[in-house]
Ligand binder design. Structure first.
Ligand SMILES: CC(C)[C@H](C(=O)O)[C@@H](O)C(=O)O
Ligand code: SF4
Length: 477
C-alpha cells in the first residue's frame, strides 16, 4: 500500500517538476494573482529581458492596496483621478502592464474589483489541489479551499510570470486541530487569534499548517478563509483546510470554476486530497473550542491576544526576557497600563474590512450587532469596507448598507483601506482603532496609530459603546 500522505504532501507531489539533491524543487504553479504593489518591478524586468508572460490564462490581476475607497466615478460617470501621485502611478502601471502582457485585470470601477484574496475565491479562480501564489503575505487565505497557497516576493513574481514555476523546498507539516463547538458569538476570527496566541507569531516558521477538527469542519467557507488568512501571522508558509462538500458547493457555478464534465472530473480528484488516515504531521497542536472566547489584541504583534474578559498583561508575567522587553515596548506604544481591563479601553476608530474579515458573513455579523443601534459619541471614524464589488452588491441587496449608515458608519468602495496605510484611509496618530484586520504592527494603520484586532461582531460592539466590549454582553445570549 502507498505511504499515507497529508493534504499538503499530495498537492506538493502532484506539482514537483524537478528535484535537486539538496531538496530544492521546481514546483509548477497553477494560479498567479497579481496586485499593484509587488508587480511593477517584475513586469519591468520582463520587459527589459524581452520575455513574455508564460501563462496569461492562469494569471489574474486586481488593484486593491493603493485604491482610495471613496467614490470612483463622478456624477457624469467619469473616473475621479487619484490624488496621491505614487498611488496613481502604481495603479496606472498595473493597468498598462496587464494590457501590454495580455493579463486579465479587474479595473477600479468593475464590480469584480476587490481585495485580491477576496476576489480569487469569489471568482472560482482559487481551486482545491492547486498551487496558488501572489506577491502578498496573506495569500495563505486561499488554503481555506484546499489550495497550496502562499505569498512570494517580487523577484519570484517575475519568475512565475516568466516560467509558471517556482523554486522551493518542502516545508514541515503542522496539524492544528480545534475540537468541540464554538460558544455564542465566538467567531472564526476568535479561533485564529486563539491559535496565534497559542503558537506565537513565529510558532509556524518552517511549517505548512493544516487546520482540522470539528470546529473547522463546522465552519463556513467564509470563516475558513478568515482562519487560513492569518496563517502568516503565526509564521507559517501556508494554512490548508481539506476540501469537503461545503467547499465544492461554494465553488460550483463561480465564473472561473470548472463546469460540465470538467466539474465532475475536478470534484472526483478533489475528493482524493484530504489527508490519509495514518499520515503523520511533524507537529500537532490541539485547542478546545470551549476555551475560546471573543478575543482582542493588546500589543503590536498578533500573538499579543487575550479574551475580552481579560486585562492588559504585566510584561514581567512573561517568562522569556525578550518577550518581557517586547511587551513593555508594545504597551508604551499602545498607551496601555498593565492590569487595565480590556473593556475599559476607549476607541475612537472602527474599521470593518480587510482580506481577513470583509466577506458577506463578516458584514452580516457586524450589521446584526448594529441593527437599531448607533455608534458612540467618542467614535469619530467608523468605516465599513466590503472586500469586493460583488460583496458590496450582495450586502446592499440585503439592506446591510442601510443598517451601517443608520448606525453612523461610512459605507465605502472595496479595497485594503485602513488595513495598512497605503491609501487615504488611516487612523490618526495616538488614536485607537478596533479593527477586523490582521496586523497590529507599529504604524500599520498610519504613523502612531494603535490597533486592536478583533472580530466583526466585536468591532461593531466597540462602535456602539465607544470602548472594547464583550459582544456577548451587548447583544445577550
Ligand atoms: C503590500 C503587500 C506586499 C503586503 C503583504 O505582503 O502582505 C500587504 O498586503 C500587507 O498586508 O502587509
Ligand atoms: S487587506 Fe490588508 S492584509 Fe489583506 S492584502 Fe490588503 S493590506 Fe494585505
Amino acid at each position: 500500500m502507498a505511504q499515507p500522505r497529508t493534504l499538503y504532501e499530495k498537492i506538493w507531489d502532484a506539482h514537483v517538476v524537478d528535484r535537486r539533491d539538496d531538496g530544492t524543487c521546481l514546483l509548477y504553479i497553477d494560479r498567479h494573482l497579481v496586485h499593484e504593489v509587488t508587480s511593477p518591478q517584475a513586469f519591468e524586468s520582463l520587459r527589459v529581458a524581452g520575455r513574455k508572460v508564460r501563462r496569461t490564462d492562469l494569471t489574474l490581476a486586481v488593484p486593491d492596496h493603493n485604491l482610495p475607497t471613496t467614490a470612483r466615478l463622478d456624477a457624469e460617470g467619469r473616473r475621479i483621478p487619484i490624488a496621491d501621485p505614487e498611488s496613481a502611478a502604481q495603479l496606472a502601471a498595473l493597468e498598462r502592464n496587464t494590457a501590454e502582457f495580455g493579463i486579465r485585470c479587474f479595473g477600479a470601477t468593475d464590480v469584480e474589483q476587490g481585495i485580491v484574496h477576496v476576489v480569487g475565491p469569489e471568482q472560482g479562480f482559487t481551486l482545491p489541489g492547486t498551487t496558488l501564489v501572489c506577491g502578498d503575505s496573506h495569500t495563505a487565505a486561499h488554503g481555506a479551499l484546499g489550495a497550496l497557497a502562499f505569498g512570494i516576493g517580487t523577484s519570484e513574481v517575475e519568475h512565475v510570470l516568466a516560467t509558471q514555476t517556482l523554486q522551493l523546498k518542502q516545508s514541515k507539516t503542522m496539524e492544528i486541530r480545534v475540537d468541540g463547538a464554538l460558544g455564542f458569538a465566538v467567531s472564526p476570527k476568535d479561533v485564529v487569534l486563539a491559535i496565534i496566541g497559542r503558537i506565537g507569531a513565529a510558532g509556524g516558521t518552517g511549517y505548512v499548517i493544516e487546520y482540522t477538527g470539528s470546529v473547522i469542519r463546522d465552519m463556513s467557507v467564509e470563516g475558513r478563509l478568515t482562519v487560513s488568512n492569518m496563517s502568516i501571522e503565526g509564521g507559517a508558509r501556508a494554512g490548508l483546510i481539506a476540501p469537503d462538500d461545503k467547499t465544492f458547493a461554494y465553488i460550483k457555478g463561480r465564473p472561473m470554476a470548472p463546469a460540465g464534465e470538467h466539474w465532475e472530473k475536478a470534484v472526483a480528484w478533489w475528493k482524493t486530497l484530504p489527508t490519509d488516515p495514518g499520515a503523520r504531521y511533524d507537529s500537532v497542536v490541539t485547542l478546545q473550542a470551549s476555551d475560546i472566547a471573543p478575543n482582542v489584541t493588546w500589543g503590536t504583534s498578533p500573538e499579543d491576544v487575550v479574551p475580552i474578559t481579560g486585562v492588559v498583561p504585566d510584561p514581567m508575567s512573561f517568562a522569556d526576557p525578550s518577550k518581557q522587553a517586547a511587551a513593555k515596548k508594545s504597551l508604551d506604544y499602545m498607551g496601555l497600563v498593565p492590569g487595565t481591563r480590556l473593556q475599559d479601553v476607549a476607541v475612537e476608530n472602527i474599521f470593518i474590512g480587510s482580506c481577513t474579515n470583509s466577506r458577506i458573513e463578516d458584514l452580516r455579523a457586524a450589521a446584526a450587532v448594529l441593527d437599531g443601534r448607533r455608534i458612540a459619541d467618542g467614535v469619530h471614524q467608523a468605516l465599513v469596507v466590503p472586500g469586493s464589488g460583488l460583496v458590496k452588491k450582495q450586502a446592499e441587496a440585503e439592506g446591510l448598507d442601510r443598517i451601517f449608515v443608520a448606525a453612523g458608519f461610512e459605507w465605502r468602495e472595496p479595497g485594503c483601506s485602513a488595513c495598512l496605510g497605503m491609501n487615504p484611509d488611516k487612523v490618526p496618530a495616538g488614536e485607537r482603532c478596533a479593527s477586523t484586520s490582521n496586523r497590529n504592527f507599529v504604524g500599520r494603520q498610519g504613523p502612531g496609530a494603535r490597533t486592536h484586532l478583533l472580530s466583526p461582531a466585536m468591532a461593531a460592539a466597540a462602535a456602539v459603546t465607544g470602548r472594547l466590549t464583550d459582544v456577548r454582553e451587548l447583544v445577550g445570549e
